[in-house]
Each structure stands twice: as structure tokens, then as C-alpha cells.
Write a protein that binds this ligand. Structure first.
Ligand code: GTA
Length: 150
């Protein structure tokens, strides 16, 4: 295992406020889990497209598309569950930053999927980052939700 992945503070900048445990348990989960989070996806990217790209890194156990909690439609993220930790590390190293549907996607280590995590946590139903964005992003519904409401 590369040295980078032995230091939990370097493995991911993201801290899930809803993780039901201590910081140590969170870090342990990041170091051992076989789940990755995929962000900056287009709302139009399908599970089949995710499968096509992510199965290059290893055998996939399951894909869970992130959904807007109001419309129940894809809102630009997903979780990919692998069988092996080695494949999980490879996907973070080699697939993060590659282009899917004309967008650079971000692949991040994740502590593990639990029911409920598939829903966007933003007030408008989608992801929190799409509440606050001020740019125009046609692949993610245009302007951020707060700008749209102005
Ligand atoms: N492993 O990077 C990630 C990640 N993200 C961004 C979301 N998830 C992630 N998992 C991993 N790595 O299950 C997971 C969540 C949840 C699902 C949907 O995806 O654990 P969400 O994106 O709707 O909400 O989650 P989340 O993650 O709870 O939002 P958070 O942490 O408040 O904010 C995310 C980003 O939004 C921030 O980094 C920032 O860029 C922006 N943001 C948040 N608040 C503000 C604000 N007040 N002003 C401006 N920008 C803001």
C-alpha cells in the first residue's frame, strides 16, 4: 500500500457530518472500506455509463446512484462498491480526474454506504454544493439553486 494511504488525514479531505461514530472510527473506515464516492457527475450520466468506466478498475459489487430527494432523479453523484480494497485504491488513484460525459469526475474514498446516503442533502433536494454554486453548469441544472431563486 502506498504511504499516502497510511495517513488518514491525507486520504480524503471530506468529513461526513452524519458519520455515526468517532473520528478514529471514521478514519479506520476510510482506510479499510471498499466503497468510493464519485462526484462532479452530470445529472444525465447513467448507471450503465458508470459501470462501463468503473468496471475497468475491478469487479463491481454494486452501484448506487445519488438522487434528488424531491424528484428522485440523478443529482450528480454516486457510490461504487467493490469487492477488493486494492481495486478501491486503484480507482481513486487512476480514475479520479478522468472524463465521464465530458466532465472531470472526482473519486473519493468513502466510509461505506448506508441506506439514506443516496439522497442529496441540500435544502432543494439535490447536493449541498448545488445550493451554493454561482456558476452556470448545464450538466447540473444550470445555476445553483440559491442563484435561481434570486
Ligand atoms: N466520500 O467528497 C465527498 C462527498 N460529498 C461532497 C458528498 N458525499 C461525499 N462522500 C465522500 N466524499 O451521502 C456524500 C454524502 C452524502 C451524499 C450527498 O454524498 O456523505 P451532499 O453533497 O448533498 O451533502 O451529500 P454533504 O456532503 O453533507 O455536504 P457538505 O459537506 O455540507 O458540503 C459539501 C460541499 O458543498 C462543500 O465542500 C462546499 O464545497 C459546499 N458548501 C457547503 N456549505 C456551503 C456554504 N454554506 N457555502 C458555500 N458552499 C458550501
Amino acid at each position: 500500500m502506498a504511504l499516502l494511504f497510511k495517513d488518514p488525514s491525507k486520504i480524503s479531505a471530506y468529513r461526513d457530518r452524519r458519520f455515526p461514530g468517532t473520528q478514529e472510527e471514521f478514519e479506520h473506515a476510510l482506510l479499510t472500506s471498499t466503497t468510493v464516492y464519485v462526484g462532479n457527475m452530470s445529472f444525465y450520466t447513467t448507471e450503465e455509463q458508470v459501470y462501463e468506466l468503473f468496471s475497468r478498475a475491478g469487479e463491481i459489487k454494486k452501484i448506487i446512484m445519488g438522487l434528488d430527494k424531491n424528484t428522485k432523479t440523478p443529482c450528480g453523484f454516486c457510490f461504487v462498491l467493490y469487492y477488493s480494497r486494492e481495486d478501491t485504491e486503484d480507482v481513486c488513484k487512476y480514475i479520479s480526474g478522468t472524463i465521464l460525459d465530458d466532465r472531470p469526475i472526482r473519486v473519493d474514498f468513502d466510509w461505506g454506504f448506508q441506506d439514506g446516503r443516496q439522497w442529496g442533502r441540500g435544502r432543494s433536494g439535490g447536493q449541498v454544493r448545488d445550493e451554493y454554486r454561482t456558476d452556470y453548469d448545464p450538466g447540473r441544472g444550470g445555476y445553483g439553486k440559491l442563484v435561481q431563486k434570486e
